[in-house]
Design a protein around this ligand. Structure first.
Ligand code: ADP
Ligand code: ZN
Length: 435
């Protein structure tokens, strides 16, 4: 079985990669300077000419691109090719504000399929597999992105899209799906529906799942693997850069390999914009060096992560990124302490009393931030006595306090009482923003 989709790229030497990135970067900068007015203006303002960028060592000279720029130049002003060469449009799911629009040429779609096919092969898939795509189809990049990769790999691709979990499971069972992709939240929900329908996971043929589009923890990975009887892999991406497939996990599962021959990563200090040394945690920034329609330079993702250049036993030489904890705008500041919802998830699940369904309600009462964690008890602890429920509440509050340094009010709720997500889960209700 093939272990790599494009071995010559995935396992290329660092020297080759640096050379390639430099050459592609020069070419891309020249192209956007000529074709994208906002970039030309900004480079002129900064006093930079395309020939000043000689290789990746000059990347830091280029201005950043932010989400606001994509909103300001909405819908097509940042496109680098005439619209007649654009064969597909996607848009961000609009989780955080006004949606942004991106475009693809035919060649961009080929690149995208390749980056997703790399992820699928790394998860052990080949053309004999049946690929169940439960990401949403439409303007959201999840569905069509992985669909393209699966077809290119030659998998038998089943474009189910999201929703109607019972129907999903019937299809999965009858059609013999072996690989599934969706958000981790939806994977959990499918596991729950499986129990409701009285189908044993051994009646399904699932062997691997490729889950992404939102942050998820190692504890959540274990839950999903147990519920669906598969090995769960992480995949990372964002609409602005291409969609899913910017980075993917290999069988070593110690970070995601970035498809660096297409997207150059940097980590910067989110406050100063300074490039941080390898291994530091900061904001991920990507530069697209092969895309034709929508090549962004130094795009600030607002995702907080770190890079890892240690050689991976899988043989790939592509640099890895640690699982992002979340976006800087998802970070909660509770009485001056920074916390990501994923850190709370990790504490909740490691204690073992609750199911992976929770909501964080933040409010400001008498000028003080208050955090309430509403979390579902798991079936095992649901029947406990009031005394033991009080004990559980206390243990969770102590766990949160000792691990994250914040005090929170814990509200245990009945199994299955919180909303289930078909796409990305909404974990935070911040009432402070409503004031
Ligand atoms: P929107 O910005 O509207 O949510 P996208 O679907 O483009 O639309 O979302 C991309 C974002 O999703 C990334 O910037 C990141 O914050 C998050 N994301 C995607 N994949 C992962 C992953 N594997 N782990 C953590 N976060 C992820
Ligand atoms: Zn690897």
């Amino acid at each position: 079985m093939a272990r790599y989709w494009q071995k010559e790229r995935e396992c290329a030497s660092r020297e080759w990669m640096k050379e390639w990135q430099g050459q592609q970067l020069r070419e891309t900068v020249r192209r956007v300077y000529e074709n994208v007015a906002p970039y030309r203006n900004r480079m002129e303002e900064a006093g930079i000419r395309p020939e000043d960028i000689r290789g990746i060592e000059d990347l830091h000279l280029l201005p950043f691109t932010c989400k606001q720029d994509l909103r300001d130049y909405y819908p097509y002003e940042m496109f680098a090719v005439p619209m007649e060469d654009v064969v597909r449009i996607h848009a961000s799911s609009g989780t955080t504000g006004k949606q942004i629009v991106v475009g693809y040429t035919r060649n961009d779609l080929e690149i995208w399929s390749d980056t997703c096919a790399r992820a699928l092969v790394a998860a052990g898939a080949d053309k004999t597999d049946f690929m169940h795509v439960s990401y949403g189809y439409g303007l959201f990049t999840g569905g069509l992105g992985l669909h393209g990769g699966a077809e290119k790999l030659g998998m038998t691709t089943i474009p189910v899209s999201t929703g109607n979990s019972k129907r999903q499971l019937t299809i999965m069972k009858d059609f013999g799906s072996t690989v599934i992709c969706c958000t981790p939240s939806y994977a959990l929900h499918l596991g729950e529906s499986l129990k409701d329908m009285g189908i044993g996971k051994e009646e399904l043929r699932l062997k691997a799942g490729i889950f992404g589009a939102e942050p998820w923890t190692e504890e959540m990975r274990k839950e999903i693997e147990a519920e669906l009887g598969l090995k769960a892999y992480d995949i990372y991406g964002l609409t602005e850069i291409i969609g899913p497939g910017v980075a993917f996990e290999c069988e070593c599962q110690s970070g995601m390999h970035i498809n660096e021959d297409h997207f150059i990563p940097e980590i910067i200090d989110p406050d100063t914009g300074e490039v941080l040394p390898l291994g530091s945690t900061g904001e991920l920034v990507f530069t697209c060096i092969t895309k034709e329609a929508f090549p962004l330079l130094r795009y600030r993702t607002r995702d907080i992560a770190c890079l890892d250049a240690t050689p991976c036993p899988c043989g790939r030489r592509l640099i890895k990124m640690k699982k992002p904890q979340g976006r800087s705008d998802d970070m909660l500041i509770i009485r001056g302490v920074n916390v990501f919802p994923s850190q709370i998830e990790s504490v909740l699940l490691s204690l073992g009393y609750t199911a992976p369904y929770y909501q964080l309600v933040v409010d400001r009462i008498n000028n003080t931030d208050q955090l309430e964690i509403q979390v579902e008890l798991n079936e095992e602890h649901y029947t406990d006595t009031i005394k033991s429920l009080q004990q559980i509440t206390r243990s969770i509050a102590e766990g949160i306090q000792s691990t994250l340094g914040i005090s929170a009010k814990i509200r245990l709720v009945e199994p299955r009482s919180l909303p289930r997500a078909e796409g990305k889960a909404v974990h935070v209700i911040d009432k402070r923003k409503l004031i």
